[in-house]
Write a protein that binds this ligand. Structure first.
Ligand code: GRF
Length: 206
């Protein structure tokens, strides 16, 4: 456990970090949040998420993909960076790299991800665009545990977002992200509180 009995988490980022911000804000506002962001780990320099980490006084690490021999080595470097700060769980928030199975071995049942679609629909990096192209009337946000396959592990929480007439990728993404910013901190809090139990593919909430 981290300071004051809090679960120490590392947030993995590649972009603007709005989900990171939602988690930082929840941790600051909610005395019962139960988790502390002990590190932000990015796969590239210069992203907004790193500015957010700095503003919050959270240490950050950059582990560039190009600096690694292969996916296994990259994954080990990411896990090393998180563990240097004492993290006991990884929270992927807009992290655009696929972790090798070595990460699941080092953080068993302790890696979460947020995805901008109702999985198993539209896995991968272009979920919002693909939902629009497919013409679905309902899409949404999913928070799931990470397993060896992309956007595939046991689903913890989902919330639907309607596709509106005239939506484009930006407008739909913005409404999905507003949901993510509520859903993801709630899941991290439940996880930190030991309220999630995984049984096969099913996650039970207590
Ligand atoms: C989120 O929409 C998330 O679903 C996807 O990447 C986006 C990250 O946004 N995996 P941000 O960096 O948290 O603002």
């Amino acid at each position: 456990m981290g300071g004051k009995g809090l679960l120490p988490i590392a947030v993995l980022v590649s972009g603007s970090g709005s989900n990171l911000q939602a988690i930082l804000d929840a941790a600051a506002a909610d005395p019962d949040f139960g988790a502390e962001v002990v590190a932000v780990v990015a796969d590239r320099p210069g992203v907004g998420a790193l500015d957010r980490a700095q503003a919050a006084g959270v240490p950050s690490e950059i582990v560039p993909w190009s600096g690694s021999r292969d996916r296994d080595a990259f994954t080990e470097a990411i896990c090393d960076a998180a563990e240097r700060h004492g993290a006991r769980a990884l929270v992927l928030a807009g992290f655009m790299r696929i972790l090798a199975p070595g990460a699941m071995a080092r953080f068993p049942a302790a890696i979460l991800n947020v995805h901008p679609a109702l999985l198993p629909a539209f896995p991968g990096a272009h979920a919002v665009r693909q939902a629009l192209e497919h013409g679905v009337k309902l899409t949404g946000a999913t928070v799931h545990f990470v397993d060896e396959q992309v956007d595939h592990g046991p689903i913890v929480a989902q919330e639907a977002v309607p596709v509106l007439e005239g939506d484009d990728e930006a407008s739909l993404q913005a409404r999905i992200q507003a949901v993510e910013h509520r859903l993801y901190p709630a899941v991290v809090k439940a996880f930190a509180g030991g309220r999630l139990r995984v049984e096969g593919r099913t996650v039970h909430w207590r």
